[in-house]
Design a protein around this ligand. Structure first.
Ligand code: PAF
Length: 280
């Protein structure tokens, strides 16, 4: 596996592959890789001739500097995992390389980027669109792989890719869960063992809500109450939305796909965890 740090080297390496008619899979990451990322990389390796994994902790998508500061950084372990998964290129540029000048582009794709995380983390999805659009331009991938754990992010990226006319396939990949049901996330390394046990309730409760037979609003309220009654958990929001547009729904018949999206604060620090579940 080649580790590349500059855009110039990346382009040189990929232009040869492109000339030879090879397909290129891109897996964008911010490092601190876990089994969830590994599943994306393995899938890209299966489906493409060349897999590029970007490792870039993108500052423009962090609206809270403390969150950026405590984000785990594990470059050596990340490289080992990528080797094992069979990736050909790890692209690990510096912030200066990606943003030689501040990125002043503004992206807006409501309601996908204005509800839920968009409402609570101003500028977050703008930063995601900035980095992902740059990566798409640099790598020109045939396919790009994103984990469905960040369900809202995929909806925003789809809109951005359509808007800017990128000719690539966006491949959403299912959430990888611990045995307990906890969705794998780089942020889980910040949880203590006890907090991980607590956090497993998030998926358990959402799953239980599937069979309650309640209305949309009653289901939202039930999930919030169940989780808030557990010491150490505090729900920021639970929104049941159209799974394609993320517009809010009032009735189970309002959209062909319906998804519940949740954000919960867990533990003493506390750590902000997100997850989702499909109702249909
Ligand atoms: O999901 C992530 O890890 C990031 O938001 C992404 C897509 C790599 C952009 O920085």
């Amino acid at each position: 596996m080649r580790v590349i740090n500059t855009i110039q080297d990346l382009k040189t390496c990929l232009s040869e592959a492109r000339k030879a008619g090879k397909s290129i899979g891109l897996v964008p990451t911010m490092g601190a890789l876990h089994e969830g990322h590994a599943s994306l990389v393995r899938r890209s390796v299966r489906e493409n001739d060349i897999t590029v994994v970007s490792i870039f902790l993108n500052p423009t998508q962090f609206n809270d500097p403390k969150d950026l500061e405590r984000y785990p950084r594990t470059l050596e372990a990340d490289s080992r995992l990528l080797e094992q998964c069979g990736a050909q290129v790890a692209f690990a540029p510096s912030v200066k390389e990606i943003y030689p000048e501040p990125d002043t582009r503004h992206f807006s794709y409501p309601p996908t980027d204005s509800v839920m995380e968009g409402e609570r983390r101003p500028g977050h999805f703008n930063g995601v669109c900035q980095i992902v659009s740059k990566l798409f331009m640099m790598v020109e991938p045939t396919r790009a792989y994103f984990g469905e754990k960040d369900f809202q992010q995929i909806c925003v990226i789809r809109r951005m890719a359509d808007d800017l006319g990128f000719r690539l396939e966006i491949v959403p990949c299912p959430v990888v869960r611990e045995e307990s049901g906890l969705a794998m996330s780089s942020r889980n390394t910040l949880l203590t063992a006890d907090e991980k046990v607590l956090a497993a309730n998030i998926y358990r409760v959402m799953k239980e809500s599937l069979s309650k037979g309640l209305s949309v609003r009653e289901t939202e309220a039930w999930v919030v109450n169940e989780l808030n009654s557990i010491d150490g958990l505090e729900v920021e929001y639970y929104s049941i939305v159209d799974g394609d547009t993320l517009a809010s729904v009032n009735d189970w018949n309002d959209a062909p796909h319906i998804v519940g999206c949740i954000t919960v604060y867990c533990g003493a620090t506390p750590i902000r965890l997100i997850d989702h579940i499909r109702y249909k």
